[in-house]
Design a protein. Structure first.
Length: 185
């Protein structure tokens, strides 16, 4: 199934989202200048963004403040729509026109999976949850990220990706992925 990795990333992040309390929404995260509420908004809104990227339509939800309402229900809705969009006939072979350029569907689903999973890690870290998330999935995403992320995509301010960090010895696969993507672990 072409969407299996994405579905695993969604399930992993959903588990983290389900354990975030309203009192934690103002906590700092590993994402510079983003609070938990900002990452919640990004990861929920991301599901609608990925759907619109596949379908070539305007993004549903726009600038909605998902953290101010039932963000788990909104995540479930967006994730279902995202998976349905990626499940369409020929999507993996299709060239998609996205706000940042063109990309084949097979690459865009990798980006969607990595983004969803990594921001789940950010939320787990920020809210005191276990960051050893889905070890096999994290290892696969790390392999894909190492192939896809070029040095030109990195900057100190983390505009796209931060500078690669060193994960401590014995770090989990998810922690290694986070470090590769610029998080301090």
């Amino acid at each position: 199934m072409a969407t299996e990795m994405l579905e695993q990333a969604i399930a992993t992040t959903r588990g983290v989202l389900a354990n975030i309390s309203r009192e934690q929404l103002d906590a700092d995260t590993p994402c510079a200048q983003w609070k938990v509420s900002d990452v919640v908004n990004h990861v929920v809104g991301g599901q609608y963004f990925f759907e619109s990227g596949v379908l070539g339509t305007p993004q549903a939800g726009g600038d909605t403040d998902y953290a101010a309402r039932d963000f788990l229900a909104a995540f479930d809705d967006g994730a279902a729509r995202c998976v349905t969009a990626f499940s369409g006939d020929g999507v993996m072979d299709k060239m998609l026109t996205l706000p940042f350029g063109q990309m084949p569907g097979s690459a865009f689903i990798g980006l969607a999976s990595t983004d969803t999973f990594t921001h789940g890690w950010d939320l787990a870290r920020a809210t005191g949850q276990d960051t050893d998330l889905a070890p096999e999935l994290a290892a696969m995403l790390l392999v894909g990220a190492r192939q896809a992320i070029q040095p030109a995509f990195r900057s100190e301010d983390g505009a796209v990706f931060g500078l690669e960090q060193t994960a401590p010895a014995g770090a989990s696969n998810a922690d290694q992925l986070a470090a590769f993507l610029g998080r301090r672990v």
